[in-house]
Design a protein around this ligand. Structure first.
Ligand code: SR1
Length: 325
């Protein structure tokens, strides 16, 4: 390990061990998040050990224990079920290991929480819904409780329905698994067939939106439906901008940037430097119209046009290289 010039100990020597323990690793968002974490780790000469998730709470607990036994200096926990993590995370903290949580509420003042400003994300998406459809329509809503970002977005959806009596939620469905998009597509097909008056779907996770789009296309109703989502990837951009796509807007960060921010929060703590408790990466509204007009086809092209997709100024330091993408 060569270390990083001008970095404080232990990063001056390099080879600092950090674990990334994910709950979900399938899907574009999570792959890009991991790639961003790996790029930031490489730039800091960190020896990053990645434990891929299998949506299995017991396996995630086991992986945290494995990381502790490996002698890591920090653990980044990416999603998960808080009720099954508290005691193992405490074991890590008791051993002096620094912990960072992304999108899982570990409710501990010693653990910085990274999030994408989910309230703002949902709010931006629903403002676009009203702009396109007015405040009176029949809606379908895709939601699975128990995931911190989805729960935060759900708070905004609940408030939105209260404020807009003309918005009627006709159907609610959703599934998070290693086949989220296809399982959600099956559910969406049943929901849309049973409720032909639905014209708007709020699907605040790109795998959900992909599933709904698949169902709408299979049913031949893509022309009368509008889908609003969270997240973006190169594959999503292609699905949003293709001719006749019902997926008309998404609100997103660059997940690679969020992965990099998570590693920086871990590194700063290991170096004994201050890290805010709440770390937020702000999302941007991306409409089908805007993406088509700008002829954006990939995340890389988006990053050239939207500065927030290139980098974040959250948890930076002069010794941390942050020109990664
Ligand atoms: C199952 S939770 C899925 C969400 O996690 C991240 O916050 C992404 O934005 C995704 O929508």
């Amino acid at each position: 390990a060569a270390g990083v010039n001008g970095a404080p100990a232990p990063f001056d020597k390099g080879g600092v061990k950090v674990a990334l323990v994910s709950y979900i690793s399938a899907g574009d968002f999570f792959q890009a998040y991991q790639a961003g974490a790996e790029a930031q780790a490489k730039a800091l000469d960190i020896d990053l050990r990645v434990f891929p998730g299998r949506q299995d709470a017991a396996a995630q607990r086991e992986q945290i224990l494995q990381a502790i036994n490996l002698g890591v200096s920090a653990i980044v926990i990416d999603h998960g079920l808080p009720e099954s993590l508290g005691d193992v995370v405490q074991q890590a903290l008791d051993k002096g290991i620094k912990v960072v949580a992304f999108d899982v509420n570990l409710n501990n003042p010693k653990i910085p929480q990274v999030e994408q400003s989910d309230h703002e994300l949902a709010d931006l998406a629903l403002k676009q819904v009203v702009k396109d459809n007015g405040a009176s329509f029949k809606a379908g809503y895709v939601y699975v409780a128990g995931f911190a970002p989805l729960d935060r977005r759900n708070e905004v959806w609940d408030a939105f329905k209260k404020q807009n009596a003309g918005v009627v939620e006709k159907s609610r469905f959703g599934n998070v698994s290693d086949t989220t998009a296809t399982s959600t597509a099956d559910q969406a097909k049943a929901a849309l067939a049973a409720n032909p008056d639905i014209t708007v779907i709020f699907a605040p996770y790109d795998e959900f939106a992909r599933g709904v789009k698949l169902a709408a296309t299979d049913l031949g109703i893509a022309g009368k439906l509008k889908i609003y989502s969270a997240d973006v990837s190169t594959a999503d951009i292609q699905e949003i901008t293709e001719p006749g796509s019902p997926w008309v807007a998404t609100v997103a960060t660059n997940p690679a940037v969020v992965g990099a921010v998570s590693i920086r929060a871990a590194a700063l703590q290991v170096a004994g430097q201050e890290v805010p408790h709440q770390i937020t990466v702000k999302p941007t509204l991306l409409t089908q119209e805007g993406l088509r007009a700008a002829n954006v086809q990939t995340i890389e092209e988006l990053a050239k046009k939207v500065p927030a997709f290139n980098a974040s100024d959250a948890v930076t330091a002069s010794w941390i290289p942050d020109k990664l993408f």
